[in-house]
Design a protein. Structure first.
Length: 262
C-alpha cells in the first residue's frame, strides 16, 4: 500500500526579522492563509524564524490558533551544559518547535559542519521528538565533477548512519548553486535527484522508511515554478528562502495545488 505523504511548504527566514517584526509578519501570514484555508486542507505550512523570535512566534501561533507550524534553523548536538552559544534540543522542545533544519549549506560552508556532526544534531533533535529537516546538495563544482546526485547521496548516507532505526525525518535537496541565485534546477533535474535520494534511503532503511519520508526541493523556489516541482512523484514540498519573507509570495506558493491539474 502506497503511503500518502502530506506536502510540506517550509519557509527558512535565515537571519531576518527581529521578534517584533516576526510578530507582525506571522500575524499577516496567519490572516493570509486563513483567507485561502480551503486551498490548504492537505498542505502543511512551517516557518523557521531565528532563535530570538521563537518564543514570540509560539505565543502568537498558540493564542490565535494559527494553521502554521514552526521550527528552528539549527540545534546543538549536545544536551544542556557548558557549551557557550549553543541551543539544546531540549530548549526547542519547550518552545513547541516541531522541526529543526540541520545541514543547511550555509552551515556547512560558513561553519565547516560535517555530515557526522549534522547526523549527531539530527539525532539530538529526534531524542526530543523534533523532526530534523536534513539538507543535502551539491555545489557547482560538485555538479561538474560528479553529476548532480553523487554528493547528496553521500551526504544522506553519512547522516542516516548517525540516526536510530526508523526516524521521522524530512530531507531537503538544495543544490547549492541554486540557493539565492534566482536560477532554480528544472523540475526534471530536481526529480532525478530526489528520486535517487528516495531509492538510496529505501536501500539503507527499507521500503516503509523510503515511502514515508518526505523529500523537499529548495533553491530559488517561487510561485511561478512551485507547481512544476510539486507535480514530480518524489518531491513532497519545498524549503523556501527569500520568497518566504514576502507574505503574498509565500501564500501563493502555499496554494500550489490550484495550479496542478490531475
Amino acid at each position: 500500500m502506497t503511503t500518502v505523504r502530506k506536502p510540506l511548504i517550509a519557509g527558512n527566514w535565515k537571519m531576518n526579522f527581529d521578534h517584533l517584526q516576526a510578530l507582525a509578519f506571522v500575524q499577516k501570514i496567519g490572516w493570509s492563509l486563513n483567507d485561502i484555508k480551503h486551498d490548504l486542507e492537505n498542505v502543511e505550512i512551517v516557518i523557521f524564524p531565528p532563535f530570538t523570535d521563537l518564543r514570540s512566534v509560539q505565543t502568537l501561533v498558540d493564542a490565535d490558533k494559527l494553521r502554521i507550524g514552526y521550527g528552528a534553523q539549527d540545534v546543538s548536538q549536545h544536551g544542556p551544559g557548558a557549551y557557550t552559544g549553543e541551543i539544546a534540543a531540549e530548549f526547542l522542545q519547550k518552545l513547541g518547535a516541531q522541526y529543526v533544519i540541520t545541514g543547511h549549506s550555509e552551515r556547512r560552508s560558513y561553519h565547516g559542519e560535517s555530515d557526522e556532526l549534522i547526523g549527531k544534531k539530527s539525532a539530538a533533535a529526534l531524542r526530543q521528538g523534533i523532526t530534523p529537516v536534513i539538507c543535502v546538495g551539491e555545489t557547482a563544482e560538485d555538479l561538474e565533477a560528479h553529476g548532480a546526485a553523487a554528493v547528496p547521496l553521500q551526504q544522506v548516507t553519512a547522516v542516516l548512519a548517525e540516526l536510530p532505526e526508523n526516524p521521522e525525518v524530512v530531507i531537503a535537496y538544495e543544490p547549492v548553486w541554486a540557493i539565492g541565485s534566482g536560477k532554480a534546477a528544472t523540475a526534471a533535474q530536481a526529480q532525478e535527484v530526489c528520486g535517487a535520494i528516495r531509492q538510496k534511503i529505501t536501500e539503507l532503511r527499507g521500503e516503509a522508511f523510503g515511502e514515508k519520508t518526505r523529500i523537499l526541493y529548495g533553491g530559488s523556489v517561487k510561485s511561478e515554478n512551485i507547481a512544476e516541482f510539486m507535480k514530480q512523484p518524489d518531491i513532497d514540498g519545498a524549503l523556501i528562502g527569500g520568497a518566504s519573507l514576502k507574505v503574498e509570495e509565500f501564500t501563493k506558493i502555499a496554494q500550489f495545488q490550484k495550479h496542478i491539474t490531475v
